[in-house]
Design a binder for this molecule. Structure first.
Ligand SMILES: Nc1ncnc2c1ncn2[C@@H]1O[C@H](COP(=O)(O)OP(=O)(O)O)[C@@H](O)[C@H]1O
Ligand SMILES: [Mg+2]
Length: 253
């Protein structure tokens, strides 16, 4: 079976600063893959490399069997054109800590924007799907609301619906609940749990250890640009083998 994401020796530096120091990992189709680790360990950078928002310095990344950002001819790599990169990026949904909704558009308009503008879908088709997606994230009655009229948790759920509207084969979540008031976190996690149950492949950077334990198929602990430990959530979270993992978990649990 082709991995949905495969990283081989991925290195990334910003100037003299090495941020990713050789990441090897595999995410299977339908897997919920939780990435944990202290601030600055390179989690966001790694996610950004997966859709070529950042270029790796060495090593390789594959999404669904295809090399990210490059085409290989013989033993040479040629960087893809912006248009080709953009096309592949459509298959990958991304949800950030900050929801980044368009403030001048309603929830529904936010969700149909990319399908209509990028995929040239008809508004009628896009609207119908958007309604279903808003229903799925529990916001059927908020379609006409502007982001400023929604709570942070509701905005984040619109952001998830917006990402799903492009029918991605992979979803990347970068601390999707970190900016939310505690009482709003649960609704967002419930939506993510539903997506997992429906078989979406997800990489989730999170500090929500309960979610990682209950929903995650695997947990990877990253520190200082390397994968320190990975495995089944039960092993990694309740029975960590490495000191660095233990020390991190004692601070977040
Ligand atoms: N565009 C950038 N330019 C320079 N340094 C960066 C850039 N993006 C991230 N970094 C640095 O890379 C390191 C890892 O950052 P990041 O991937 O955001 O970590 P995490 O998401 O685990 O907190 C940090 O030291 C950060 O300052
Ligand atoms: Mg981050």
């Amino acid at each position: 079976m082709t991995a949905m994401v495969k990283a081989e020796g991925v290195h990334k530096s910003f100037g003299p600063v090495q941020v990713l120091k050789g990441i090897d990992l595999e995410v299977a189709p339908r897997e919920v893959f939780c990435l944990i680790g202290p601030s600055g360990s390179g989690k966001s950078t790694f996610l950004r490399c997966i859709n070529h928002l950042e270029k790796v310095n060495s090593g390789r990344l594959y999404v669904d069997g295809e090399l990210v950002g490059y085409r290989q001819k013989g033993d040479k790599l040629y960087e893809l054109k912006d248009r080709e990169v953009a096309e592949k990026r459509r298959d990958i949904g991304m949800v950030f800590q900050r929801f980044n909704l368009f403030p001048h558009m309603t929830a529904l308009e936010n969700v149909i924007e990319a399908p209509v503008q990028v995929k040239r879908e008809s508004k009628a088709v896009a609207r119908e799907r958007a309604q279903k997606l808003l229903d799925r994230v529990g916001l059927a009655d908020k379609a006409a609301n502007y982001p400023s009229q929604l709570s942070g948790g509701q905005q984040q759920r619109v952001a998830i619906a917006r990402a799903l509207a492009m029918e991605p084969k992979l979803m990347l979540f970068d601390e999707p609940t970190s900016a939310l008031d505690p009482e709003l976190v649960g609704d967002v996690l419930d939506v993510m749990r539903g997506l997992a149950e429906d078989g979406m492949t997800m990489i989730v950077v999170t500090h929500e250890m309960g979610f990682a334990r209950e929903v995650g198929d695997s947990v990877v602990f990253m520190d200082d640009g390397v994968v320190v430990e990975s495995g089944h959530p039960r092993e990694v979270l309740t029975n960590p083998r490495h000191e660095r993992t233990k020390s991190f978990l004692s601070k977040v649990l």
